[in-house]
Design a protein around this ligand. Structure first.
Ligand SMILES: C[S@@+](CC[C@H](N)C(=O)[O-])C[C@H]1O[C@@H](n2cnc3c(N)ncnc32)[C@H](O)[C@@H]1O
Length: 214
């Protein structure tokens, strides 16, 4: 696999704006549902500009938010200061999380497993820093269920999409990768986002909860 950068400065500036519009368009409700039920110490991988922070439930005792891009990390740090639970933001990448084994009760990814260069390496690290029985809450756009859209996704992934979208790949079977990394998926909700309108390569989404196997 070719080396890929974790920081994409142009995309980061674009995402800092478009993510606010997505939240207004309904994604904030998905973020709230994503984080519901979390408790104890939590690690959020690829926290971006920190749009999840406002939605952490009170049972979460602290969040360690990892974000490799300096621009997004700066915005995330400002959002951390307004969060309802303690949030610490630091640099790092998913394939080498700055935490000891079994530290966290929960882990969160939102639109990150599409962007990491190596999904398995990222998920192996999340597995390592979760305690046995800990939970991964994930919100990701994923491989389509129809052959035609899958073909479009594969084409997008080998042409312009990753360059435009910060290294994102649209055709990843993320639920299968989560299970292959030693998790059992207990909840998996497929949905389209945005729901009405034109189907794009990144339209099929899932929100789910997976438990770390012992
Ligand atoms: C589409 S943004 C999503 C940001 C945020 N999670 C959200 O929900 O809005 C993708 C994020 O993944 C981060 N990212 C990319 N490669 C990464 C890596 N190797 N390790 C950790 N985060 C990464 C990017 O910097 C960016 O913040």
């Amino acid at each position: 696999m070719p080396a890929q950068r974790a920081s994409h400065p142009v995309f980061a500036r674009y995402y800092a704006r478009v993510s606010l519009a997505m939240d207004k368009g309904g994604m904030a409700a998905h973020r709230r549902q994503l984080l519901a039920g979390l408790a104890g110490p939590v690690i959020e991988v690829g926290a971006g500009n920190g749009l999840n922070f406002a939605h952490y439930p009170a049972d979460v005792t602290r969040v360690l938010a990892i974000e490799p891009d300096p621009h997004l990390r700066e915005i995330a740090s400002r959002n951390a200061a307004q969060a309802p639970v303690p949030v610490g933001v630091c640099g790092g990448v998913a394939a080498g999380l700055p935490a000891d084994d079994g530290t966290f009760d929960g882990a969160v990814t939102a639109f990150v497993l599409c962007s990491v260069p190596d999904q398995h390496a990222a998920l192996r690290e999340i597995h390592r820093v979760l305690r046995p029985g800990g939970v991964l809450h994930f919100l990701e756009h994923v491989r389509a269920s129809t052959p035609v859209l899958r073909r479009v996704q594969r084409l997008a992934d080998v042409t312009i999409w990753p360059a435009l979208a910060g290294g994102c790949r649209t055709s990843r079977d993320t639920a299968a990768a989560i299970q292959a990394a030693g998790f059992t998926i207990g909840q998996l909700e497929p949905f389209r986002f945005p729901d009405p309108g034109l189907t794009m390569p990144a339209t099929p989404h899932v929100r789910g909860i997976a438990t770390r196997n012992p």
